[in-house]
Design a protein around this ligand. Structure first.
Ligand code: SF4
Ligand code: SF4
Length: 104
């Protein structure tokens, strides 16, 4: 499991660095985030959800049927959307109401 950070989008805010439980993310001298030890990422997706500009993609590996698909999130009010871009170009979107996700 690992992530991919889009340096063109990254603002260098450091939110992904602060939230990573494994201290795997660093900010370079150009104020761009990068993952230093990608093999140590255990896929919690905290950095994916935390990034305000959707610069962090999560690799969905073959072990969970992803076959190299990429997933990122977008937020709109209480709605957190998980957007999966498959390697064949197909896109799937799953919308979650965060106010109700822990209701039951
Ligand atoms: S997915 Fe979790 S463990 Fe992996 S880099 Fe992001 S915050 Fe760290
Ligand atoms: S949270 Fe997003 S914008 Fe902020 S440093 Fe990380 S990748 Fe860059």
């Amino acid at each position: 499991m690992s992530i991919k950070i889009n340096k063109d989008k990254c603002l260098g805010c450091g939110k992904c660095k602060e939230i990573c439980p494994g201290n795997l993310i660093y900010i370079d001298k150009n104020k761009k985030a990068f993952i230093k030890y990608p093999k140590d990422c255990w896929g919690c997706t905290s950095c994916v959800k935390e990034c305000p500009v959707h610069a962090v993609d999560f690799y969905l590996g073959a072990d969970i049927g992803g076959m190299g698909s990429l997933m990122h999130t977008e937020k709109n009010g209480d709605i957190l959307s998980w957007i999966i871009k498959k390697s064949d170009g197909e896109t799937t979107r799953i919308d979650i109401n965060t106010k109700e996700s822990n209701k039951y």
